[in-house]
Write a protein that binds this ligand. Structure first.
Ligand code: SF4
Length: 378
């Protein structure tokens, strides 16, 4: 397949690994965070860590929207769905995320709540049009990638004067999370650079990451999801570190332009406003890190229409999702990984979403192999 097969060539990947082995300095470590869960997935799926020199370490970041959503927001969505007049529409990967007291959207649905899995925001709009006697709430989550479709649904609902459609908005922002990681006071991870997200960057471009280089003196390389993309990004980051450069580079020029998608950005800016602060699992309250609907579109805001309260809720104390999302721990560090917690019996969100670090490592059986630390010690 064009733009796929040529980026999965094993011999080219091994060639890049040989090149990387030549350029890494033996007297230092390199710690790069792949922000995005899609990259975490690609790294596990293609076994890329096995191709890296032992002093190049990849650290998983918080770029999995299902994983970073705090339990209180899931509890609030379940509360909404239990109202008899409401149909809650959601993407499938939210259904099994554990909520408080062992609850989940799936369990709430089994107990009678009208929760429907949809493939797009337009599916939710269609339900609102065909069932005008019910209130349809779209449970919107995701980074800048999934925000434009939500904006489009709100614009269409306004145009069609749909009074029974609203959005429970949980859209979050990538640059704010990167800043939170770089300024975290608790167990801050030492990083030498970021592998920057692909799809998010197709929307926002590369300029919003500039502060990573100018304020924090870290390089960042925006890259695609294929294995050769990721390998090339690691080579580019290593080269920058060796040369003492801190620049924002774009390896993914086939999909990401420097300015991003201006039309999508204008749509987002028209419909959404910045929240002062938003809670992230693992990062806590992060200023200016999420969106809400502007006053102009307040009638489509489910939080205002149904006076939604977000309860304070705690993760299972044995679950290490928070530390994993900060990059401070790895799935293997969790005592529940692969024993009590598996994709069939998830205890934390990182085991539910396909982009979660725990699910990625479980799915590709990376836990069967010696860890990098064990390989380095032997
Ligand atoms: S293995 Fe399960 S319990 Fe442990 S951190 Fe991952 S999701 Fe949480």
């Amino acid at each position: 397949m064009k733009y796929v097969d040529e980026f999965r060539d094993g011999e080219l990947a091994r060639g890049m690994a040989r090149r990387l082995a030549k350029i890494v300095r033996p007297d230092r470590d390199y710690r790069f965070m792949e922000f995005c869960g899609g990259h975490t997935h690609a790294i596990s799926r293609y076994g890329l860590e096995d191709l890296l020199p032992t002093n190049v370490r990849m650290i998983h970041g918080p770029g999995c929207p299902v994983c970073v959503l705090p339990i209180g927001r899931i509890d609030a969505a379940i509360e909404l769905a239990r109202k008899p007049e409401i149909i809650l529409c959601t993407y499938a990967d939210l259904m099994r995320v554990p909520a408080s007291g062992g609850d989940s959207l799936l369990k709430a649905k089994a107990a009678g709540a009208d929760i429907r899995m949809v493939y797009s925001t337009l599916d939710a709009l269609r339900i609102a049009e065909t069932e005008p006697q019910r209130q349809v709430v779209f449970f919107a989550i995701g980074f800048e990638t999934t925000t434009p479709p939500t904006a489009l649904a709100i614009r269409l609902a306004a145009r069609k004067q749909l009074s029974n459609f609203s959005v429970f908005c949980n859209h979050v922002l990538t640059p704010a999370a990167m800043r939170a990681i770089l300024t975290s006071k608790d167990d801050r991870v030492e990083l030498d650079g970021f592998v920057g997200p692909s799809h998010v960057s197709a929307v926002i471009g590369v300029t919003p990451y500039r502060f990573v280089a100018t304020e924090f003196e870290k390089p960042l390389v925006v890259t695609g999801f294929e294995p050769l993309d990721v390998m090339q990004a690691i080579v580019m980051l290593t080269t920058q570190v060796n040369e003492g450069r801190c620049e924002i580079e774009n390896q993914y020029g086939r999909a990401v332009s420097p300015q991003g998608n201006l039309k999508a950005q204008a749509e987002i800016a028209d419909i959404f406003d910045l929240r002062e602060s938003f809670e992230w699992r693992g990062l806590g309250e992060v200023p200016a890190s999420a969106l809400r609907l502007r006053e102009t579109y307040a009638q489509f805001d489910a939080e205002r229409r149904f006076a939604v309260e977000t309860p304070v809720a705690r993760d299972n104390p044995a679950c290490e999702c928070g530390a994993i999302l900060r990059g401070a721990k790895r799935p293997h560090d969790c005592k529940l990984f692969g024993t009590v917690c598996t994709p069939e019996t998830p205890i934390g969100s990182c085991m539910v979403s396909s982009e979660g670090a725990c699910a990625a490592q479980w799915t590709y059986r990376r836990f069967d192999e010696p860890t990098r630390e064990e390989r380095m010690a032997s």
